[in-house]
Design a protein around this ligand. Structure first.
Ligand SMILES: C[S@@+](CC[C@H](N)C(=O)[O-])C[C@H]1O[C@@H](n2cnc3c(N)ncnc32)[C@H](O)[C@@H]1O
Length: 272
């Protein structure tokens, strides 16, 4: 007998409030379901042991946003929203002692697949870091956690708590200006379609109205205020330009849009 397969459910996209618990639950589920596809699609670009800040391909080996590469030797570093821990592996190669933290079990399984457990992995939410105060010299995140949480200040305060005095916290997120444009790599992604000032989260939800994917928007000013409220000084805000060598599209990030609009914002922060 041939069994009939139900058509796969297409989540409905909407804009509505989504709190911390709902956002976290949605992120865990979404990244567990989509980790395989993410690593298949982007693993080659990310490399197993490169530290890439975003789809533009800005490499920490060149940017040195965490500090001079030679100074990383011997430092304890926390990578938040590490995915398959590519950045942590690069840090380990520089002599640092990284710990890769992620909410998604499946993403961390990809880390294990790549290095067999060389980088220590922790499955936890960025809003409640399971580490003692002052455990790390540096913290970093390439598009991990921050765009997906309802309360980024809670995350920043946690990061501050686990950092030692003077520690740097460097994180990249989708550049806030992108919120106003459709998430499309082609010309349709060049016309403003929504208010930059509307902070209502983007939510995909199932038939029961449960969020299955959530992304939170903060304006550039909001992000600066959040960094300060989290107990950090902002020492740089990097907007990587699209390099000529990068001909690859990544979702809504493309050479076409990258040459006209910033796609990534990287916040370089320091605690006192
Ligand atoms: C866009 S991926 C980036 C992964 C990796 N940094 C990279 O560059 O490939 C976002 C990651 O953040 C993780 N994440 C989302 N919300 C999180 C949270 N609240 N706490 C910890 N990790 C979270 C996801 O599971 C996912 O692995």
């Amino acid at each position: 007998m041939i069994q009939e397969h139900e058509a796969e459910f297409e989540p409905a996209a909407t804009r509505r409030d989504a709190g911390d618990a709902e956002s976290s639950r949605a992120s865990r589920g979404w990244w567990d379901r989509n980790a395989d596809e993410y690593q298949t699609d982007h693993g080659a670009f990310l490399g197993d042991d490169r530290f890439v800040w975003g789809p533009e391909g800005l490499d920490e080996a060149d940017a040195a946003l965490l500090g001079p590469v030679e100074s990383l030797n011997g430092l304890d570093v926390l990578e938040i929203g590490a995915g398959a821990a590519q950045c942590s592996r690069w840090l380990a190669a520089q002599g640092a002692r990284p710990v890769a933290l992620d909410l998604s079990h499946r993403q961390l399984q990809h880390a294990l697949r790549i290095d067999g457990g060389e980088v220590p992995l922790v499955e936890a939410d960025a809003g409640a870091l399971p580490f003692a105060d002052g455990s790390f010299d540096l913290a970093c995140s390439a598009y991990g956690a921050v765009p997906f949480v309802a309360d980024p200040v809670r995350v920043f305060r946690e990061v501050r708590r686990v950092l030692r005095p003077g520690g740097r916290w460097v994180f990249s997120v989708t550049h806030p200006i992108r919120w106003a444009f459709p998430d499309e790599p082609g010309p349709e992604g060049l016309s403003v379609a929504a208010s930059y000032f509307d902070r209502t989260p983007y939510v995909e939800q199932d038939e029961a109205g449960q969020a299955v994917y959530v992304e939170h928007h903060r304006t550039l000013g909001d992000r600066v205020r959040d960094v300060v409220a989290g107990g950090f000084r902002l020492i740089d805000l990097v907007e990587p330009e699209w390099p000529a060598w990068n001909t690859q599209e990544w979702g809504g990030w493309s050479p076409l849009r990258g040459n006209l609009l910033p796609g990534t914002a990287i916040f370089v922060c320091e605690r006192d």
